[in-house]
Structures are given as C-alpha cells and as structure tokens.
Design a protein around this ligand. Structure first.
Ligand code: UDP
Length: 452
C-alpha cells in the first residue's frame, strides 16, 4: 500500500509526474496519474507551459506548471527536435525549484518519487542533484524501442541504403523492412541528429525502473530483450486507459455530436479514420482518401484535424454532396468513446501506440496508414504478427476503396475481427486478478512505496 504512518496519521507518498507535452504522451501520463492516485498516492503533474493539460478534467490530481521558455518558439513538426532540446534545457531550473519547495513544505521523511516521460531527459540531472528516485515512463511500444536500439547497433550495416531496397527485410528484425525503419524519415541525410536524440532520450541513466503502457502478452519478446539491456525492474501495467478514470485527456475540444450520429448507424458498419494528434498528410493523400471513402460506399467517421494537411485542407468540392449522411467529418473526436461504440467496425489508423491499444482493447480491426516514428513498426506488428489489421499498400483511391471493402464487408475482415476480439479478451484477462498486468501494477505500487 502507498500509505505511510506518520505521527499517528496516514500520509500518502507523493509522486511527481513530468509529461512530454504532446497529446500521445500527455494522455498516458494523466492516465498513469489517475491509476496511482486510486492506489493511494498523492499525484502532482509537473508539466511545461506549452500544451498545458486541462486540470478541471482531473480533480484527483494536482497540477504545477514548469517555466519552459517556449512562448513564440516554432513548435511545428519539422522543428520538433530543436523544441525538445530547448524544453529540456529551459524546464530544469523550474523543476529544481519546485521540488526543493515541495520537500521543505511537506516536511516528510520520504522524498517524492518522480516518474518522467523518457523524452523529458533533463529530469535525471535534477533528480540526481536532489537525490530523488526516478522511474521512466515509456509511452511507446516495446517493439519500437527494441527495433530502434537494434538499428542503432547495426547502423553501419544498414546506412546508407538505396531507395530500391525499402521493401527488403531489415537484418534480424523480422517482420520489419527498410521501409519501416523507426526514424522520422528514411532519408539517409538527416540521420545524425536523429540518432543522437534517440540515444539520449532512451538512456535511462539513474532511473530505478521503467513503466510500460503495454502488456507481457502483447510484447513479451521485446520486453524481455529490453529488460536484459536496461537491468532495472519493468512494470508493463497497460493498457492504461482501461484502468484510469474516464475523464477526457484531450488537448483539443472533442466533437461529441458524432456519437449521436453513430447511434443512428447499424452495428459494426462504420469505419473510423484518424491520423492522431501530430502527423500530417499531403493534399493528394487527403483527396485520394476522400474518393476512396466515397467509392467504398461504407459509412464513415473521419477526423480531419485542422492543420493536418500539408497544403490546402479543403475536401473535394462535390465530396460532401456525394457522401450525404453516409459520412461524418469532425475536427477532433472523443476517440475512446468512438472506438467502443457498437456502430464502429473498423479503424483506419496511423497506428500511434495509444490508438493501437485503444483499438485492440475494443476489438476493432484496423487499416494501417503509418507515417513516421513508431507508427510503421506498430503497423507491421498489427498486420503481420498480431494479424488484426491490413496494411494500406498505397494512398490511391482505388486501393483505399478495395482495402476498406476488404476490412468492412469481406471475408478477410471477418477473420481479422475474430482475431482482434480474441486478443481483446486475452488482454482483459491479463488485467484481472492473477493476470500479468494486474500483478505488475501491484508490484509497482509496492516498489514505489518501498523506495528510499
Ligand atoms: N485522439 C482523440 N481524438 C481524435 C484523434 C485522436 O481523442 O480525434 C486521441 C486518441 O484517442 C489517442 C491520442 O489522441 O489517445 C493519439 O495518440 P496516439 O499515440 O495514437 O498518436 P499520436 O497523436 O501520438 O501520433
């Protein structure tokens, strides 16, 4: 238990969470906060000013803002690496000051425990200086980190490579191909800074454990290889969203009216489409997707996030007329509620890790449209290892149309649906008493409580 007797009263041990301020990272960190709070810890979310999470949605958590010096900074995707380094530099003083005050104020024998997103690597130096124990949260998949580290290890054998080898298998990384390399690009030129960042952000330094939004049953092989490498206890206690409170973790306003539209659709008939919070697609891909959707004649709910198209994000002129009430387009959806809605029968997804877990947890098969980073690795596992999704071979209207039909009304789709439901049930049993994720959470609570 997390309670500690002090002076006759029960005192909760404080956990300070430091998220990386982007949707796909804030979400699992807030969910972890909610899980730990329900297990008896006091939880503070100490976050950069940029993309501050909404405190009102999480009354069970305390929030503290770190000065990040990012006002006016270019936070667009192409400048992300520079922004990450700036954030890691600028937040340091503010976190140090906050922790010193916290320890003075709380007059506790026990120090707080910090859990930080691995991209917020500055935390290590602050915590080491103040002698506070830290744990790393890995919000990405273990398969991604394992592939990334393997690629870095054999980079001389892999780079540079020719464009015509992108469909060749990557050595020792079945089923990945050069095309699925876990870098934001397959362009050989930009490799150096990306490699440097990958090494830095995946070095856990003085941290005493790693928490994973994953499960042994899903990623056993990658988790055990990583465990041998990092040599600290691992706690795969996922999927977080199935344990945490239902509160929204969205940074953008959710258009909940689409749930009423879903209520009017037949069970399992709707394809949901989203590319998550960060990546963009080209104007051509937008148009091809639109016509592929229209020609498939299947009902769909499509998230077209403002700013997510490189170029003009206008849908083709007569598109809305052609689709009528068969399709619904929103700027941002309450995704977890959408995926758990009985009308949803498929998810065309960029395969971010949260989306992947959310889809599997609801037994929804996928069409994979990965763009960068961990997405191609996750996509490959979805289609080739877990076999719960189809890869979209090409963003061309004809291919989009046939792939949608295959998933939504074809026999292959039926098989995928059956397999994803089996996987969902398996994961559910891991979360129940006696299951691996259930046990890992008990052990984590014990572990944090016993830290000096
Ligand atoms: N999401 C949402 N509404 C949307 C699209 C996405 O709430 O319209 C949520 C989704 O449920 C997931 C997160 O945003 O929890 C995206 O995280 P993910 O790891 O899938 O992708 P990222 O945005 O990091 O690329």
């Amino acid at each position: 238990m997390a309670m500690k007797k002090q002076g006759g009263g029960d005192k909760r041990r404080r956990v300070v969470l430091v998220p990386y301020p982007f949707q796909g990272h804030i979400t699992p960190m807030l969910q972890l906060g909610s899980i730990l709070q329900s297990r008896g810890f006091s939880v503070t979310v100490s976050h950069p000013q940029y993309n501050s999470p909404p405190p009102s949605a999480h009354p069970e958590l305390e929030f503290h803002s770190l000065y990040d010096g990012l006002a006016g900074y270019d936070m667009s995707f192409h400048n992300l690496l520079a922004a990450i380094y700036a954030m890691n530099e600028n937040c340091r003083a503010s976190l140090d000051e906050y922790l010193v005050q916290l320890m003075e104020k709380e007059e506790e024998e026990e120090k707080p425990v910090i859990i930080y997103d691995n991209i917020m690597f500055f935390v290590d130096a602050v915590a080491t200086h103040l002698k506070i124990p830290t744990i790393v949260l890995r919000p990405f998949s273990a398969i991604y980190l394992h592939s990334l580290l393997s690629v870095l290890q054999q980079s001389d054998a892999i780079f540079p490579f020719q464009d015509d080898s992108i469909l060749e298998p990557l050595p020792d990384l079945h089923p990945l191909r050069f095309k699925d390399l876990p870098f934001p690009t397959i362009n050989n030129d930009v490799l150096e800074p990306v490699v440097e960042f990958s090494v830095r952000s995946n070095d856990i330094r003085s941290s005493v454990a790693c928490i994973w939004n994953s499960l042994e049953e899903l990623e056993h092989s990658a988790l055990s290889k990583l465990q041998q490498r990092y040599k600290v206890p691992f706690f795969p206690i996922g999927p977080f969203h199935k344990r945490a409170s239902d509160s929204s973790t969205s940074l953008l306003e959710e258009d909940t009216s689409c749930l009423e539209w879903l209520d009017r659709q037949a069970p399992g008939s709707v394809l949901y489409i989203s590319i998550g919070s960060l990546v963009n697609i080209s104007e051509k891909d937008l148009v091809e997707t639109a016509w592929g959707l229209a020609n498939s004649e299947q009902p769909f709910l499509w998230v077209v996030r403002p700013g997510s198209v490189n170029g003009c994000d206008q849908l083709p002129e007569d598109f809305e007329r052609v689709i009528g009430d068969r399709g619904r387009i929103v700027k941002w959806a309450p995704q977890r509620s959408v995926l758990s809605h009985r009308a949803v029968g498929g998810f065309m997804s960029h395969c971010g890790w949260n989306s992947t877990l959310e889809s599997i947890s609801e037994g929804v098969p996928m069409i994979c449209t990965p763009v960068i980073s961990d997405q191609p690795v996750n996509a490959r596992y979805i289609s080739q290892v877990w076999k719960v999704g189809l890869e979209l071979e090409k963003a061309e209207r004809g291919v989009v149309e046939t792939t949608i039909r295959k998933l939504m009304v074809g026999s292959e789709g039926r098989e995928l649906r059956k397999r994803v439901v089996d996987l969902k049930l398996k994961l559910e049993s891991c979360m129940q008493k006696g299951g691996s994720s259930y046990q890992a959470l008990d052990e984590l609570v014990e572990f944090i409580s016993s830290l000096p």
